[in-house]
Design a protein around this ligand. Structure first.
Ligand code: UD2
Length: 309
């Protein structure tokens, strides 16, 4: 059995991955400052080691890496929202860029060996340039601090493979949804905000005309692909989109959820949000060519998500 480090492991995606690893009998170390993550997301088993700490404490992270000698490292801890990064670019940079750079650089300088490291970048790096679906070779246009930091860390992660031979990789998930996404923050993913509004009969603030396009991807699909990629030698040194390859407008998604919930969403239409991307969906061929693909379609995923609430 192997030893995994998950930064941000108490959060939405990180804790979903941790659940799967614990089921496999692996040992999981989580570092999370609980700014978005929640202790209740973590299964309290002997194999789970939780440290409530910020990844921006470089000395702390370096000591942990030296001491524990992880087999696999998952860099998931992040200011997870585009809007949040616009509100606080300084903190975003410290968490999403500097903390990850410190980890990479410490692994190199201290000559720590590990089996593989995966960084969760984002489809947000593609920005608003024309040309969809996005492939990994599409030009990038990081429009916000969130996207800039995701892109720069992604480059570092790949360069530490090409320059120093480290077994690293990065993925660009499209919009992730599903159980455990924290709806309390106004900066949470749109689907958790919508379901929360439906449950509480509160009004949903819709930014723009609702015709923005996204590829909504179910969280267990993201988790399964990530865990498979960690074991895939062909993924080393690569940047890989993770998405379904299907697209839906916000209006379409709302229509599906309304049917599932059996009620209408009250909406207030506001101007488009600064830094927002209009059309975001990708081509998952590179993932598929490695024998991996998402399994949960939007109708099934939204039903599963609604039933979990
Ligand atoms: C999401 C992820 C981000 C990144 C990216 C990759 C979240 C919070 N953000 O950014 O981490 O990986 O996808 O593609 O999951 N909207 C409303 N009302 C609201 C909230 C959102 O109308 O209350 C709109 C928003 O203006 C946008 C769309 O819904 O057009 C999706 O917004 P989002 O914040 O869920 O995600 P996005 O695509 O900015």
């Amino acid at each position: 059995m192997a030893k995994y480090l998950i930064t941000g492991g108490a959060g939405f995606i990180g804790s979903t991955i941790a659940d799967t690893l614990l089921e496999q009998g692996q040992t999981v170390f989580v570092v999370d400052d609980l700014s978005m993550g929640q202790v209740k997301n973590l299964k309290p088993t002997d194999q789970m080691h939780f440290f409530q700490h910020t990844i921006t404490d470089h000395e702390y992270m370096n000591d942990l890496l030296d001491r524990e000698k992880f087999d696999y490292i998952l860099l998931i801890g992040a200011v997870a929202s585009v809007a949040d990064s616009i509100a606080d670019p300084g903190r975003t940079h410290a968490v999403n860029a500097e903390a990850n750079f410190n980890i990479l650089e410490h692994l190199r300088a201290a000559k720590l060996s590990f089996k593989s490291l995966l960084f969760i970048s984002s489809a947000a790096v593609y920005g608003n340039l024309p040309g969809v679906p996005k492939t990994e070779l599409s030009p990038v246009e990081p429009l916000t601090q969130y996207a800039v930091d995701k892109y720069s860390t992604e480059r570092n992660v790949i360069n530490y493979h090409t320059l120093y031979g480290m077994p690293t990789m990065a993925v660009r998930p499209f919009n992730v949804y599903g159980p455990k996404q924290n709806p309390k923050s106004p900066y949470s993913g749109v689907l958790s905000i919508i379901t929360n509004c439906l449950l509480n009969d509160s009004t949903f603030n819709q930014y723009g005309d609702g015709e923005q396009i996204r590829d909504f991807t179910y969280v267990t699909d993201i988790a399964d692909c990530i865990l498979a990629l960690l074991q895939e030698p062909k993924a080393i040194g690569q940047v890989i989109n993770i998405g379904t390859g299907n697209k839906a407008s916000l209006n379409e998604v709302i229509e599906i959820i309304e049917k599932i919930a059996g009620k209408k969403l009250q909406r207030k239409v506001l101007p488009e949000r600064a830094g927002d991307i209009k059309y975001s969906y990708g081509d998952p061929s590179k993932l598929n060519n490695l024998g991996l693909k998402t399994k949960v379609d939007l109708n099934t995923g939204l039903k599963k998500y609604w039933d979990s609430l």
